[in-house]
Design a binder for this molecule. Structure first.
Ligand SMILES: [Zn+2]
Ligand SMILES: [Zn+2]
Length: 322
């Protein structure tokens, strides 16, 4: 889990289709199908992937005080262990990433959300659909508060998970995620570890999660701030959805699936998945790695994510050279 958390693509079409007075669906991006290889060829292809990309991977950094691994003894997860865990896999009955937008977003935050949807669609090779938009006036007063000391407005994350998402999750949902720019707090926490706020919370067995970009900085404060907010949002969106696909925290290399206790720690992690986690993801999605990585490179170039674009370019070269 990332305690710090959140969200960016190719918006192919934006079509508002009113299905009922209470429910609307906004198709925000299309998913790329058509390059799924046969199972046998695919197994060979992704087995080679982990080995050929290993020289590009960055070794883990020394654990610092306050880091995730300083307080959580985690062994990591090999590809074989991942398969043994009977992971949640994208397929016909787990096909779509659904979104619920909660409250209001400013102009720059809205752009980051749109870019995040584009990225999620590419990263998980699945359509992303905004299923619901929930106004603050639709959230009961018991699930909203002013923080007793800080005075900041907060939404109760358990309400979003249990009352908003779970009863409304479509049958074909790979995941159903609430995004908000408002701060979140959990009403139910252990008395010895009361939380003033959380970046987000998920119920992995239920494939639902709620995440806030409130603490990712103000993207309207210039290009550096915008890029930082974007990177944090993209990183958290893919990290948490990775958990829903049963990927555990990574301890093999520096990786987006490494645990993080803070924004500062999360900022040290790359946005991309290391070779071990990428192999799991390519198996899960049944995607052909080279075409998949090229799409991510194109996305990163388009959105000025320069180090990430360079990593994907080198990865494609490593997989295609003789
Ligand atoms: Zn995590
Ligand atoms: Zn990894």
């Amino acid at each position: 889990m990332r305690q710090a958390g959140w969200f960016a693509g190719i918006t192919v079409c934006v079509a508002l289709v009113l299905l009922s007075p209470l429910l609307c669906w906004l198709v925000v991006s299309h998913w790329f199908a058509g390059d799924a290889p046969s199972e046998t060829a695919h197994a060979e292809s992704i087995a080679a992937l982990e080995k050929r990309l290993a020289p590009l991977a960055l070794p883990m950094l020394a654990v610092q005080r306050g880091d995730w691994l300083a307080n959580n003894d985690e062994p990591g997860q090999t590809f074989a262990q991942y398969l043994d865990s009977h992971p949640v896999r994208r397929g016909e009955n787990r096909s779509t990433l659904y979104i619920c937008e909660v409250g209001s977003f400013n102009e720059e935050q809205t752009k980051i959300l749109e870019t995040t949807y584009e990225y999620l669609a590419l990263f998980f090779d699945a359509p992303v659909r905004v299923r619901k938009r929930l106004a603050l006036s639709e959230i009961p007063t018991r699930a909203q508060r002013r923080h007793p000391q800080w005075g900041v407005h907060q939404l109760e994350v358990g309400h979003l998970l249990d009352r908003v998402l779970k009863p409304d999750r479509p049958a074909d949902a790979l995941a159903y995620t609430a995004f908000t720019a408002h701060d979140l707090w959990p009403a139910t926490t252990p008395p010895e570890r009361p939380y003033n706020f959380v970046f987000g919370q998920a119920s992995l067995g239920e494939r639902v999660g709620a995440w806030s970009m409130n603490r990712f900085g103000d993207p309207a404060q210039g290009e550096t701030a915008r890029l930082l907010c974007l990177r944090r949002t993209l990183g958290t969106a893919t990290h948490e959805t990775g958990h829903i696909l049963s990927l555990q925290h990574c301890t093999a290399f520096q990786c987006n699936m490494c645990g993080a206790n803070s924004n500062e720690e999360g900022d040290r992690h790359p946005l991309y998945f290391c070779p071990v986690c990428l192999r799991k993801l390519c198996w899960n999605l049944n995607v052909e790695p080279v075409a998949y990585l090229k799409r991510l490179e194109t996305f990163c170039l388009k959105h000025r994510l320069v180090p990430e674009a360079e990593y994907y370019r080198r990865a494609v070269r490593a997989l295609t050279k003789d």
